[in-house]
Design a binder for this molecule. Sequence first.
Ligand SMILES: [Zn+2]
Length: 69
Amino acid sequence: MPLYEYRCDGCGERFEVLQRMGEGPQGLTCPRCGAAEPRRQLSTFAAAGSSADGASRSACAAPGGSGFT
Ligand SMILES: [Zn+2]
């Protein structure tokens, strides 16, 4: 499960929450002041990637055997 970082609009508290992919701030409250639905910050793990250059190059699909006689 990824770790999401949230920031409270009310008091400015920043905290991290383990959530499932795609889960929103619904139901979350600030641990400091109790305000509902904090703002999600950029996920730390995504920003910290140094060499995560996802070069998704498709495997060189060689065109089928051209078996001419
Ligand atoms: Zn707060």
